[in-house]
Design a protein around this ligand. Structure first.
Ligand code: SF4
Length: 76
């Protein structure tokens, strides 16, 4: 599954901290603490989601080899 979304270009003018005059940095480009300014305020980053793998829940991860596989393995 490829990520189709591309990161949008942001500037300090779009930053929550700049909009509320909480930033003391004088940088030419946004820093790593950039947070988008929303009308409802500072929102925490979205959490990662659990994705359960269906094949793991229906199949055994490992099984003993069959008798035919054992015979083929040790016959050489
Ligand atoms: S916190 Fe970083 S991204 Fe936000 S305004 Fe200040 S320098 Fe720019």
């Amino acid at each position: 599954m490829a990520r189709a979304r591309k990161a949008a270009k942001v500037s300090c003018d779009d930053c929550f901290f700049r909009a509320r005059m909480l930033c003391a940095l004088e940088l030419d480009e946004p820093c790593v603490t950039f947070r988008p300014d929303h009308p409802e305020g500072l929102r925490p980053p979205t959490q990662m989601r659990f994705v359960f793998r269906q094949e793991r829940s229906t199949k055994a991860v490992w099984a003993f080899p069959t008798a035919a596989e054992q015979a083929a393995l040790h016959s050489a």
